[in-house]
Design a protein around this ligand. Sequence first.
Ligand code: NAG
Ligand code: NAG
Ligand code: NAG
Ligand code: NAG
Ligand code: NAG
Length: 205
Amino acid sequence: MAIAKRCAPDAEEDPWDAHSTIMTWASSILLAIIFLIVLGVSTIWLTVHPRQLQYAVEDVLVSNFHLDLNRSHLVTANFSIKMSTNNSNHRVTFTYESMNVSVKIRDRILASANGPPLFHDKDKFKEFRVNLTSNNVELHGSTLKALKETNSLEGIKINVIIEARVKFKALHWKQDHCRIQIFCGEVEAHSQGKAFKQTNCDVEL
Ligand SMILES: *[C@@H]1O[C@H](CO)[C@@H](O)[C@H](O)[C@H]1NC(C)=O
Ligand SMILES: *[C@@H]1O[C@H](CO)[C@@H](O)[C@H](O)[C@H]1NC(C)=O
Ligand SMILES: *[C@@H]1O[C@H](CO)[C@@H](O)[C@H](O)[C@H]1NC(C)=O
Ligand SMILES: *[C@@H]1O[C@H](CO)[C@@H](O)[C@H](O)[C@H]1NC(C)=O
Ligand SMILES: *[C@@H]1O[C@H](CO)[C@@H](O)[C@H](O)[C@H]1NC(C)=O
């Protein structure tokens, strides 16, 4: 009774005070949590310091090109594509779990193939080759017109697109999976004996 008597008036006397005390507590706790999260994230950021992978197309060799104008404009060709990539991260390694490489003219997929399994160590430069085959791909419109004119893929702008699923590992303890999209636009294929201009790619991690 004595306690109830003492407490009841107190609470009634100053309800606002109690309320604001709780508010102060809650906001301090919230601030502390935010502070810890920011601290944690910036610690990881500073120790891992992620840098974007760099990609370039080193070569696109076309052979076996054939445009069949008799049967609904079908194209056949072999592509041998050489890619190079830099991992300039000092502490992050990448393991490619799957890689899908495709060659497109505008929005039309000419060929696609799986890339090699890769392990990309920290601070390393790496090259790999992917061979693709277009087998009777039907073409239309301006793409077909351009190919008819030259009757080769020489000088035709193609896009090389790579979609990969990778596991990245930082400092032995942090690892995760992610998707990488590599887009190499305005690539000019060449045939045997002709020069190729190295083309840089956009990378989205
Ligand atoms: C990788 O780094 C080397 C040396 O810095 C550079 O010459 C090359 O162009 C880079 N490659 C890519 C694909 O960025
Ligand atoms: C083109 O690719 C196909 C299928 O991979 C292969 O059988 C053929 O030998 C290749 N032709 C040339 C000229 O490379
Ligand atoms: C297209 O058809 C003509 C006549 O039917 C034939 O002589 C020619 O060899 C065919 N061309 C191709 C590329 O198949
Ligand atoms: C690669 O991806 C393209 C488009 O998403 C798909 O059409 C193709 O079948 C895939 N190729 C392989 C070899 O998985
Ligand atoms: C890809 O094609 C190139 C040129 O045609 C050939 O030298 C190379 O051996 C081929 N690589 C694979 C993995 O088939």
